[in-house]
Every structure is written in C-alpha cells, then in structure tokens.
Design a protein around this ligand. Structure first.
Ligand SMILES: [Zn+2]
Length: 99
C-alpha cells in the first residue's frame, strides 16, 4: 500500500486514486500535505501492469479471438490494474528519474 514517507500514514485506495489522477509526478499527501513521488520500481511495475489488458489486443493480431472476449479482457484487465495500482505504488520523498 502507498505509505507516506513523511508522516507514515497509509493512503487508502480512494485517496491514492484521487491523489494520483494528475499529470503531475508529485503527489500531495492527504494527511500532511507534503509532496510524495512514486518510486522508480513501483512505476516500472505499474507499466507492466498496464500491459496486461494490452496483451489481448496483441493476441488479436495473430489469432482470431472473438471480439466479446477482447472486450471483457480489456474491461477485466483495466479493473485489475486499477485495483492493484494503490497496492503497487510505493512512495518516496525525492523524485527518482528513469535516466
Ligand atoms: Zn504524509
């Protein structure tokens, strides 16, 4: 679970979703108001998570998969990614860059 590295309060699923639905990489802690950043590792994990729903689209290029299956996979995969996101997210006080 996402835990603020400043005040050590755990963010709830709802708080995490609300805080992270921004294009800004700095997330403001709902408890202490300090800026938090996703760690490099958790960001990488999240990119892999988002690949899960996309695998279905990729498979569809090579196999004849029914459209209903692709759609339910996308919806299910999207739901899984969304529900796992706060569990995967780890916070840090300093922004970590990829490069
Ligand atoms: Zn905090």
């Amino acid at each position: 679970m996402a835990t603020c590295q400043h005040c050590h309060n755990k963010w709830t699923w709802k708080q995490t979703m609300k805080t992270t639905t921004t294009l800004n990489t700095a997330y403001t802690c709902p408890y202490c108001g300090k800026k938090q950043y996703a760690t490099k590792k958790s960001r990488t994990q999240f990119y892999f998570l988002t690949l899960i729903p996309l695998i279905a689209l990729l498979l569809n290029l090579f196999h004849n998969i029914p459209v209903w299956f692709i759609f339910s996979w996308l919806i299910l995969g999207g739901a899984v990614v969304l529900s796992l996101f706060p569990a995967v997210l780890k916070l840090t006080n300093k922004e970590e860059f990829f490069f």
